[in-house]
Design a protein around this ligand. Structure first.
Ligand SMILES: Nc1ncnc2c1ncn2[C@@H]1O[C@H](COP(=O)(O)OP(=O)(O)OP(=O)(O)O)[C@@H](O)[C@H]1O
Ligand SMILES: [Mg+2]
Length: 365
């Protein structure tokens, strides 16, 4: 899929921006603090309906204004469409081809994006929530069903935790209402785990290939889904249910839900070694890149088209070999936006391979 036009209105410091990107590589060049990441953030917002750096939508509206808007013209394999997100106060409105969507989440799945930034090292080094988010954001973009499961699950989890605290604080042992929440939690949570297991199986093959390619065949990456339910046989639903029943007193004592996909993780191993704990910085970087590249291929295989790739400040951090592998993968196939502060990153890229945009104090040309 290709972004053909991008219009921004009062999005952070980008007050009025109009771009016609190249279908191949786009380089956004500029000093620190000029608005490069802001542009990537606006594209990410149209793909995922949220920012990658704030949970507060209001922050994306220019300080001096009440309202921000992002419009893009997106060309897919067999049709084109216009996507619009408007932020006003703490409200968000969404339109496709100028028709407002009643269910905003229906925007997700139209524009698929993969963002790679230096913080993605957290995918390997950081806590489990980074790896869960990685899976969830990626799968949500290609499966509306999964997105729906997740948001329902989060709602049920909040309610259930609230109720557990209430039982604890009032020294009650009446589990009737809790059982109703249990049933919903098991139903939704088990389906989430099922889908994640299926995805991890595919990702693992793709990421393993990437890791071997980057390291010249020296490193074998394995990815395993670590489930808080433990052993998943004979079936996830009954194991989950049993754990909740057997651990009622403990959950009430703690006041939150101890089992379920919100407690799960991915185990990443290179040549049998836990890379999260024992990997060198370089190995961890390689693994983060291998995972991100696997994400691109996974989304292509699920949706039939490559997503748009957003590379924020990563080019300067990659060595020549990794850069070459990345460029080889992108070249001619994936529309990419790369931010950088100087042109040294370009290396072997020929001028005909990319379109250059200069970003200065919120203006892009
Ligand atoms: N809501 C907002 N309204 C106006 N300006 C904003 C808003 N939010 C952030 N900014 C400004 O945007 C600028 C940051 O832009 P951005 O993060 O895109 O920089 P960048 O070009 O990616 O820089 P770097 O190279 O350091 O990553 C800051 O100068 C900040 O003051
Ligand atoms: Mg930046």
């Amino acid at each position: 899929m290709i972004l053909e036009k991008i219009y921004l209105h009062n999005f952070r410091n980008l007050k009025r921006v109009f771009l016609e990107p190249s279908p191949a590589i786009n380089i956004l060049i500029g000093d620190n603090g000029q608005g490069k990441t802001n542009l990537l953030e606006s594209i990410y917002l149209l793909g995922t309906l949220s920012s990658h750096r704030t949970a507060n939508d209001r922050e994306m509206i220019n300080w001096d204004k009440e309202r921000a808007q992002v419009d893009v013209l997106l060309r897919k394999r067999d049709h084109s469409l216009k996507l619009t997100v408007t932020l006003e106060g703490s409200n968000k409105r969404v339109q496709i081809n100028d028709t407002p969507l009643e269910k905003k989440s229906e925007l997700i799945g139209n524009l698929n994006v993969v963002l790679f930034s230096p913080e993605d090292l957290n995918l390997v080094k950081g806590g489990p929530s980074y790896r869960r988010d990685f899976l969830d954001i990626e799968v949500s973009q290609v499966s509306r069903y999964y997105h729906h499961l997740l948001s329902e699950y989060r709602h049920v989890l909040r309610q259930r935790n609230f109720y557990l605290k209430e039982l604890r604080d009032n020294f009650k042992k009446e589990y009737g209402v809790l059982e109703i929440w249990d049933e919903k939690l098991v139903e939704l949570g088990s389906r989430i785990i099922e889908k994640r297991l299926e995805v991890v199986e595919k990702l693992q093959i793709l990421a393993r290939l990437n890791q071997r390619k980057i390291t010249g065949g020296k490193e074998n990456l394995s990815i395993e889904y670590e489930c808080s339910l433990g052993e998943l046989n004979p079936d996830i639903f009954s194991i989950f249910r049993k754990l909740l029943v057997n651990n009622r007193d403990e959950e009430v004592k703690r006041g939150y839900t101890l089992y379920g996909p919100h407690r799960d993780d991915l185990i990443l191993k290179v040549n049998g070694m836990d890379i999260r704990k024992y990997g060198s910085q370089g190995q961890q970087r390689t693994t983060a890149l291998a995972l991100k590249l696997a994400e691109l291929e996974f989304m292509k295989s699920e949706s039939g088209e490559y997503p748009v790739l957003l590379l924020d400040d990563v080019f300067s951090e990659l060595d020549q070999k990794r850069k070459d592998i990345l460029l080889e993968l992108i070249a001619g196939r994936i529309q990419t936006f790369i931010t950088a502060t100087d042109l040294n990153i370009l290396g072997k890229l020929k001028h005909s391979d990319y379109k250059l945009f200069k970003v200065k104090q919120g203006f892009i040309d």
